[in-house]
Design a protein around this ligand. Structure first.
Ligand code: AMP
Length: 420
């Protein structure tokens, strides 16, 4: 497999799939440009080799052409960060894109309009009537698959080499994230630096484990984390299940959880997971106490209670000090750490303490030589909020993609390039 460091882009045109799906305010100002910055090393390497770049990305979830989701809103910022006057094609597969890509000179950059303006990018039919028959649905699916091939081929025709640097969409088998790779031979498709780093970090926690390995799974619902938890049970030494999920486990074990969040239809599942952990010799670490509140609000009256003795009218919105100490002890001894999900409602200032303490314990373990990977939505927001991102080994940019990788799934965007 080719690597970006070994590839000489001189005189070559590279189609680089990035994830520039950045948040914009109502005046189209970028409120967080992390994703653009994350792709800069790849773009700069190609340009400094003497290559040219065609950037493809999506922005939001448009259902067709929509000004609100146009990448023109972020063009100036990309130019500024790259230090190059980036050109723009108003249609990713129109005549303009073709002419401009053909004319592209070494050192030049062309940004294509939002790839998802075309249903072909995702390969799913759009505009089907709600009452469409099965036949109509299947005809529409067939039609979109056929036009997707032409769409993909057109994108591929702009470039000599395909670079995927969009880990955030690696779990999608879309035209520009996976299918396009088929139009390039094995020596002309490769991961960008960001993608390389993400793949390495995931491999490290899944296949190159220094023990003890501890996973901290937080968040609100067991149902959304079940596959990850099951996959991790076969790998970890310690599994900390925390956040809102705690109370489903507590109730399943016969505890009183007051008004705490709970999935009543997952009580049996929780009991099964406890049993499975036991069978597999995994130390399942659950909370013993909670910071409780008399309403779901930052300004609620608060108290601390044993996790299985929460009075009616109160709910657990974070872990308590005894639990913090138990987690810290486990994390201190860990050599590989995966953190996904907060210990409580960290969006409320008064319930951030537990998540912050976990973050600090992860940082301390990292200083002590552990490899720590933080990723999947809210835990990234946590480490950023607490200013701890620099103290962990790796903060993943992929939400759904990271979670699917941890579930043990093969990601189409990765497979398309390295073959597995
Ligand atoms: P998830 O999206 O499943 O990773 O869950 C993250 C969300 O879980 C965050 O918005 C937290 O506010 C929420 N959460 C964590 N702990 C609790 C809790 N004890 N009660 C209610 N929500 C919680």
């Amino acid at each position: 497999m080719q690597t970006i460091d070994n590839f000489n882009f001189a005189g070559k045109k590279a189609f680089v799939r990035v994830d520039f799906n950045v948040p914009l305010d109502e005046n189209f100002n970028i409120t967080d440009d992390t994703r653009i910055r994350a792709a800069l090393p790849t773009l700069k390497k190609i340009l400094s080799d003497g290559g040219s770049v065609i950037i493809g990305s999506h922005l939001g979830r448009p259902k067709g052409v929509a000004d609100k989701f146009s990448l023109k809103h972020i063009l100036a910022h990309i130019s500024e960060l790259l230090g190059v006057d980036v050109q723009f094609a108003n249609d990713c597969v129109g005549e303009e894109a073709k002419v401009k890509s053909v004319a592209l000179q070494p050192g030049e950059v062309l940004l294509l309009e939002n790839l998802r303006f075309y249903a072909e990018e995702e390969g799913k039919p759009r505009g089907l009537a709600d009452d469409a028959t099965d036949e109509e649905k299947s005809a529409a699916k067939k039609a979109i698959k056929a036009s997707q091939k032409t769409f993909t081929e057109t994108l591929a025709s702009y470039a000599d080499v395909y670079v995927n640097d969009a880990f955030g969409t690696a779990h999608r088998a879309h035209a520009s994230t996976a299918l396009i790779a088929d139009f390039f031979d094995v020596d002309h498709k490769l991961f960008g630096y960001l993608m390389e780093k993400e793949v390495k970090a995931v491999e490290k926690v899944l296949n190159d484990i220094q023990r003890p390995f501890t996973a901290i799974m937080g968040g609100s619902k067991v149902s959304s984390k079940i596959e990850i938890i099951e996959n991790l049970l076969g790998k970890v030494d310690n599994l900390i299940i925390t956040g809102g999920m705690t109370y489903t486990f507590t109730k399943a074990a016969g505890g009183q959880i007051g008004n705490s969040i709970c999935e009543d239809d997952k009580l049996d599942l929780a009991t099964e997971l406890v049993q499975k952990a036991k069978e597999q010799g995994v130390n399942l670490v659950l909370a013993v106490d909670s910071k409780i509140a008399d309403s779901f609000s930052n300004d609620a009256k608060t108290d601390f209670a044993d996790v299985n003795r929460i009075p009616d009218g109160w709910e657990g919105l974070d872990i308590g000090p005894k639990t913090e100490a138990i987690y810290a002890e486990v994390l201190k001894a860990s050599k590989t750490i995966l953190w996904n999900g907060p210990t409580g409602v960290f969006e409320f200032e008064n319930f951030t303490h537990g998540s912050r303490s976990v973050g600090e314990a992860v940082v301390a373990a990292t200083k002590n030589g552990a490899f720590s990977l933080v990723g999947g939505g809210d835990s990234v927001a946590c480490v950023n909020k607490f200013g701890l991102a620099d103290g962990v080994s790796y903060v993943s940019t992929g939400g759904g993609a990271l979670l699917e990788a941890i579930e043990g799934k093969v990601l189409p965007g990765i497979k398309a390039i390295r073959g597995f």
